[in-house]
Design a protein around this ligand. Structure first.
Ligand code: GAL
Ligand code: CA
Length: 352
């Protein structure tokens, strides 16, 4: 009898333990569901602007968690400039049941593959920074794009140059011929922003009644070291004839400044340099007087919009309520011109 009792007791114990364990697993599952999982696929992690955007995303997550009262996990995958790796990374996010996927395409012309897969899985997709073509955006209404207006960036960059020329023509017009001799550093040729920024920066200078002469242009693929190489070459070829360096972004402007420094042509001694992005390094060069200006490409604003849309979609809510800047499927975060006069304001904004 005693034996029987103890057997029943141990069976009960086993059952209780099993129930408890099942209960725990249940709780765990529930907890997972009450959190949001967002996959972010970036084209390359060594791109200065993209890495600052990722840092802003991570910062924005903390606020979001507080606001929603739940865990928000952001997992960032670096495609290292390979579209096929990026497709695999997106597949992985889909198979793991992420709630929203954000994609910075390596090749912006092949977004349809990703939209099709996301649509089939019912996972909303937010493209950013590298804009898919309209046909691909039209495949599914739960596809969004967060970026900027490249024309605006180009215009503001051109305006910085035009204003500088007008207020310090005698300093900038080194050869005194009344014409602005410039070199142009371009971003990736496949990127929607490169050609437009180039076109509108020059157009704006011309519209201000300034006569320009292009000495040279070339692509530095958004990166510092190819821009440095190009600038060295141009300095060798044109030397002090170069009056303005127009760059499609700050990283390439940094490469140009490095080359100018090595040739004793930086700051007041050489051409003025302007960029786009407002990276930390860019803002610092403005403070030091080595760069005349830049155009703020608001990584923080873009990160907040990306996360706002992703979380709203994950929660099954209308993203327009959360991100009022969303027009149709698009958010275009405004730019702002930055010069020595207002640079501190932007340093403060970034550090907030
Ligand atoms: C641009 C930015 C560049 C580069 C590029 C990558 O908007 O100005 O610096 O980051 O995106 O797609
Ligand atoms: Ca001149």
């Amino acid at each position: 009898m005693k034996k029987m009792k103890s057997r029943i007791a141990s069976i009960c114990l086993a059952l209780c333990l099993a129930a408890l364990m099942a209960g725990c697993a249940g709780v765990e599952k529930k907890e997972e569901k009450t959190g949001i999982k967002i996959g972010v696929a970036i084209y390359r992690g060594d791109d200065a602007f993209i890495s600052s955007l990722c840092a802003s995303l991570e910062n924005a997550v903390k606020d979001k968690e507080e606001k929603l009262g739940k865990k928000v996990v952001v997992n960032i995958a670096d495609a290292k400039n390979s579209q096929s790796s990026q497709n695999d990374q997106v597949d992985d996010f889909i198979s793991k049941g992420y709630d929203a996927i954000c994609v910075n395409m390596v090749d912006r012309t092949v977004a349809a593959v990703i939209v099709d897969k996301a649509k089939e899985a019912g996972i909303p997709i937010i493209f950013f920074n590298r804009e898919p073509v309209e046909e691909d955006m039209a495949i599914w209404d739960q596809t969004y794009y967060v970026g900027t207006d490249a024309r605006e960036a180009g215009k503001l960059e051109g305006q910085i140059v035009a204003d500088a020329w007008k207020s310090q023509e005698s300093r900038i017009d080194k050869n005194g011929d009344g014409k602005l001799q410039y070199v142009m550093l371009e971003g990736e040729q496949v990127h929607q922003d490169s050609l437009i920024r180039t076109e509108y920066s020059v157009k704006t200078i011309l519209n201000e009644g300034i006569v320009t002469e292009k000495l040279a242009s070339g692509t530095g693929n958004w990166m510092r070291s190819p821009a440095y190489e190009l600038m060295q070459e141009w300095i060798g070829q044109y030397g002090s004839e170069i009056e303005v360096v127009l760059s499609n972004n700050d990283e390439m402007a940094m490469g140009a400044i490095e080359a100018l420094e090595e040739n004793g042509m930086s700051g007041g001694n050489g051409p003025i340099v302007v960029g786009i992005d407002g990276t930390e390094d860019g803002l610092e060069k403005i403070i030091k007087g080595e760069m005349a200006g830049t155009v703020m490409n608001d990584a923080r604003g873009q990160a907040e919009s990306i996360l706002g849309i992703a979380c709203a979609c994950a929660e099954g809510e209308d993203p327009k309520q959360e991100v009022p800047e969303l027009k149709g499927q698009y958010v275009r975060v405004p730019h702002a011109p930055v010069t020595a006069d207002n640079v501190q304001e932007f340093i403060d904004y970034k550090n907030k």
